[in-house]
Design a protein around this ligand. Structure first.
Ligand code: MIC
Ligand code: SF4
Length: 642
């Protein structure tokens, strides 16, 4: 039996472990990326490790999230990030240069390498045939220090693409179809590997749209082969030398196969409030829209912006529609500008924003209350846009542009001949916003503004972990629910005491007051707890408030690791009735934690209030057991362990 591409990439980077699904493996990390919203913490953690210089082939620090600068906080953070990058050997992508994933694809992605990024959409670079994985900031800091990344060996699903997209269907429709079929938990513990003859019809940026939203499937990552399309893209980026062909063996074995006939796809749309709530555009046609937003790391590259400009050329959006265009990178903006299409967008009434995450993360452009916003983005969790009762739909640039023109959700096939945008043979390239690290690191002084507060550390668990159930939540709770982002909260990412005030703010505004009064305790969750963002603040801030354990039906991958990294014990229920039997305010205890979790997977939990006991399970590797018992990964490393 031959090897899948995922197995080839894993084997060539394997430091320890066997390729047995679910068993812990350790991988060598070639490249890392951090972004400002997670990067300040990652940098503080890197500093705390006392390593003089990053120890990777390439580490890039991006500024793309906290761009509004409504106060000193973000500006101070940017200076901190820039000075740390200069001193410790990271490349620095300046604010305004674009969204980390878009820029990384353009300027740094290369087939055959591994990339670990402190952002869940790091898998975007799978379009460049990299094994690119999103992780918590601390995991990335550890990789920057040259240590391997530990993860459970994933299963590999082949998504076999046949045929070719029909006019007006887009690569967004491929991933929306996969989400429709598999749901937001369907990729858990898996690498989604794309293959089949349909792959060759997709450009690298089209592949990136698909790879990017592998995060919404909960997948470990997504990978595409490296072929002539990859070569053409790298040549257009002036980086043809980085190309090498890479593909699965023809007789490769897979854990599952999902077949998609590209020619059967029609324009799709994800309705509020989950990326897997997918239907045909024609099923919701005519729904009035107040806002249309093109942007995010999912669909904001050259082809996307040019497609929208092409559809809008010579036309205008109705007076009651706000059209917002956020180019994903300075390179995109420059190339769209050079083609003349920027004027088409402006004449059509578009508001052009700077190259950043922007509306995707609620950094401005919150839509009006209870109104529909059609976005080319990847997430539509309730309130993420910045408006509490938002109704965000996710769709392709084609659907977005057609809807902007008519003021209602519109199937673009009504527009007649399709607008087809080819990739340029050569992009205009401007790397002026990308700064190399300092040649004289000793002379670089780290600039720390008052928003940068020291990193709180967890402490080892007591012999019996006991506490009140602080909250019981349902299924698919995202990190946007646990710790919101947005213009008000995001600037506090380097200040845990301040950001901790917002834990569960949108779910239960009394959570923080109650938790402080009780002095911490235990969180109870449903399935896929902690899906979405990689923000470790969704573990760090609860840890700071005294949360000691999370009991859930199941966890999302990155959040689960973040809990372990910060010494919070993640346990899963073994029987559905045990979840139902727990109420907020019950006192639980887990006696003899150390011996219980060292002994096996089963953990006895007692409910003191109800006078009952039940069995829960942990999925910790022996190494992770010791991390929990040390009070988190930083403490573990400080004890000199690997
Ligand atoms: C997101 O899309 O939610 C973010 C903001 O990019 C996060 C990272 C963060 O919270 O800083 C992600 O996806 O990991
Ligand atoms: Fe930025 Fe949105 Fe992409 Fe997250 S999903 S990295 S907020 S553009």
């Amino acid at each position: 039996m031959g090897q899948s591409l995922a197995h080839k990439l894993i084997s060539s980077h394997l430091v320890s472990g066997d390729l047995v699904p679910g068993k812990e493996i350790a991988l060598r990390v070639d490249q890392t990326l951090i972004q400002d919203a997670t990067g300040t913490m990652a940098d503080l953690q890197f500093e705390a490790m006392g390593v003089p210089r990053v120890n990777t082939k390439l580490s890039v620090s991006y500024v793309d999230h906290n761009m509004l600068q409504t106060g000193f906080e973000s500006a101070d953070d940017h200076r901190f990030l820039q000075s740390i990058a200069a001193k410790y050997g990271m490349v620095f992508s300046k604010p305004g240069n674009g969204i980390c994933h878009q820029v990384h694809l353009e300027r740094f992605g290369a087939p055959g390498l591994t990339l670990l990024g402190s952002d869940s959409h790091t898998c975007n670079a799978g379009a460049d045939a990299m094994l690119a994985i999103g992780a918590g900031g601390l995991d990335v800091a550890v990789a920057m220090a040259g240590r391997p990344y530990y993860l459970p060996m994933p299963r590999v699903t082949l998504v076999k693409l046949r045929g070719q997209l029909r006019p007006w269907a887009a690569s967004k429709d491929i991933i929306l179809e996969v989400l429709r079929q598999l749901t937001v938990k369907g990729g858990t513990g898996r690498v989604m590997e794309y293959g089949g003859e349909g792959v060759a019809t997709l450009t690298v940026p089209q592949r990136a749209t698909v790879a990017n939203m592998g995060a919404e499937l909960g997948a470990t990552t997504t990978v595409f082969p490296s072929d002539e399309q990859t070569h053409a893209y790298l040549l257009a980026q002036g980086r043809g030398h980085a190309w090498e062909p890479l593909a699965a063996d023809p007789d490769a074995a897979y854990d599952d196969v999902l077949e998609i006939d590209l020619s059967s796809l029609e324009p799709l749309i994800a309705r509020p409030q989950s990326p897997d709530n997918v239907c045909k555009v024609r099923d919701v046609e005519g729904t009035p829209v107040a806002q249309v937003a093109l942007g995010s790391c999912n669909n904001s590259g050259f082809q996307d912006v040019m497609t929208v400009a092409g559809i809008l050329r010579g036309k205008g959006v109705p007076a009651n529609v706000s059209l917002v265009v956020t180019p994903g990178s300075m390179q995109t903006l420059i190339n769209v500008y050079r083609s003349g299409a920027l004027l088409d967008l402006i004449n059509a009434g578009a508001r052009i924003l700077e190259c950043a995450c922007g509306p995707c993360i609620g950094m401005g452009q919150a839509p009006p209350s209870n109104a529909v916003s059609v976005r080319t983005m990847n997430r539509n969790f309730a309130g993420r846009s910045g408006t509490a009762d938002d109704r965000v739909y996710l769709a392709s640039p084609e659907v977005a542009a057609a809807s902007a023109l008519s003021g209602a959700i519109t199937d673009p096939r009504r527009l007649g001949d399709p607008v087809v945008v080819k990739l340029p043979r050569k992009f205009v390239i401007n790397d002026d916003y990308i700064l190399p690290p300092s040649a004289e690191p000793d002379k670089v002084e780290i600039i720390r503004g008052p928003n940068i507060k020291p990193l709180p550390l967890a402490s080892p668990p007591d012999q019996t972990v006991a506490g009140q159930v602080l909250i019981v939540v349902g299924d698919n709770v995202s990190t946007d629910h646990i710790l919101p982002a947005g213009a008000k909260v995001l600037p506090l990412r380097s200040n845990i005491p301040a950001i901790a005030e917002y834990v569960f703010e949108r779910v239960d505004p009394d959570f923080v007051r109650r938790t402080k009064q009780i002095g911490g305790g235990i969180i109870v969750g449903g399935t896929n707890y902690g899906q979405g963002s990689s923000r470790e603040h969704a573990a760090l801030a609860p840890m700071y408030l005294g949360v000691k354990a999370v009991l859930a039906k199941s966890f999302a991958r990155i959040h689960w690791s973040n809990l372990v990294n910060f010494g919070i014990l993640p346990l899963t229920f073994t029987a559905a009735q045990d979840y139902v039997a727990i109420s907020q305010g019950d006192t639980l205890d887990i006696p003899d934690v150390a011996s219980q979790i060292r002994k096996g997977k089963q953990v006895t939990v007692r409910n003191r209030t109800k006078g009952t006991a039940f069995q829960a399970e942990h999925a910790l590797s022996p190494r992770q057991v010791e991390i929990i018992l040390a009070g988190g990964l930083l403490n573990y490393i400080r004890q000199g362990k690997d």
